[in-house]
Design a protein around this ligand. Structure first.
Ligand code: SF4
Length: 315
């Protein structure tokens, strides 16, 4: 099937005093209906910037965002309906002065021609039930809800506009470890029911492994590798992906207590003056001369796999 949403060679630079933050460089990504892509990287890897570019919070410095195959200019109204972004912090996402019912009604009314009060009520009840909360939660205030319940309400509100794409920016990382799995299962169910295209952004490869179909790995503002989950995890091509997988606990080994806690991988480089050539070269155990001067191009392999690493180019 055709991608719903695509980033094509997208870069985003921010001015910071006299310097430039090269937050995202040359990112290419396609989201397909009914498929979950995990975008994995440490903090400072550019993944949140990429999510915000995809949600058109800001325009790319270069490159293109395409919705249903068409390049997007500005932020058309249609875009709000099609693409919804869920933030990490469910506490800041809801209007604290209003009950859940109002928060949901507002989203419904903004995007639908509501015929009657009964019509609106029905819609709102349907939304809260879709995220597995009882109708009684509609009359609660956000501060009366747990983090997990709030995140469910935030998701219900996103669903009010019947989006085609959900972008989840670390949607479980601020939640209690005990309910993270439930939230992932909810996302999985919504994908199956609505055929949503889902981008799941995380620093944690274990949750990506649990939820997604495909994995894309970012490092220091650049994509380094992508492909079907099983292949990338079983046989990572890029040295950084190898490091990420090696330092993550494996749920198959029964290491359930830290299932979603990545180990410290060391400091990622600054994006103000990122390393030349391959941005991973200062930490790469197999770096070659060319890695220090030239950024590796995207190498496409078979079965949907690709990477940016001179090792693959030289094969
Ligand atoms: Fe290492 Fe070079 Fe590959 Fe970068 S391009 S990951 S430095 S081998």
């Amino acid at each position: 099937s055709q991608p719903v949403l695509e980033a094509r060679a997208v870069s985003k630079h921010f001015a910071a005093g006299r310097s430039t933050v090269r937050a995202v460089e040359d990112a290419t990504l396609a989201l397909l209906p009914g498929r979950i892509v995990a975008l994995v990287g440490e903090s400072g890897s550019g993944k949140t910037t990429l999510a915000r570019l995809l949600a058109r919070f800001y325009a790319p410095t270069s490159g293109e965002i395409r919705l249903h195959g068409e390049a997007v200019q500005g932020k058309p109204r249609e875009y709000y309906r099609a693409v919804q972004l869920i933030f990490q912090d469910p506490f800041g996402s809801l209007n604290p002065l209003h009950r859940v019912r109002y928060n949901l009604e507002r989203a419904v009314k903004l995007h639908h021609a509501v015929r009657s009060k009964a019509d609106l009520d029905e819609k709102v009840v349907e939304l809260i039930e879709r995220v597995s909360l009882a109708e009684s939660y509609l009359d609660k205030f956000p501060h009366e809800l747990s983090g997990g319940q709030r995140q469910r309400v935030v998701i219900a509100r996103a669903l009010a506009v019947e989006p085609k794409v959900l972008l989840g920016d670390e949607p479980i990382s601020m939640l209690d470890v005990s309910i993270r799995l439930e939230m992932l299962n909810l996302l999985e169910r919504l994908r199956a029911e609505d055929g949503l295209a889902l981008l799941y952004i995380t620093h944690d490869i274990a949750s990506a492994r649990y939820l997604c179909d495909d994995i894309v790995v970012m490092y220091a503002g650049r994509m380094v590798e992508g492909g079907p989950k099983e292949d990338v995890i079983a046989d990572p091509l890029h040295p950084y992906t190898q490091l990420l997988i090696d330092s993550s606990p494996d749920p198959e080994r029964g290491d359930r207590n830290n299932l979603f806690d990545a180990e410290d991988l060391g400091e990622p480089p600054s994006l103000i003056d990122p390393p030349s050539g391959c941005r991973f070269h200062p930490r790469c155990p197999v770096a070659m001369d060319i890695c220090r001067t030239q950024a590796p191009p995207r190498t496409e392999l078979t079965d949907g796999r690709w990477t940016h690493c001179w090792l693959q180019e030289k094969k």
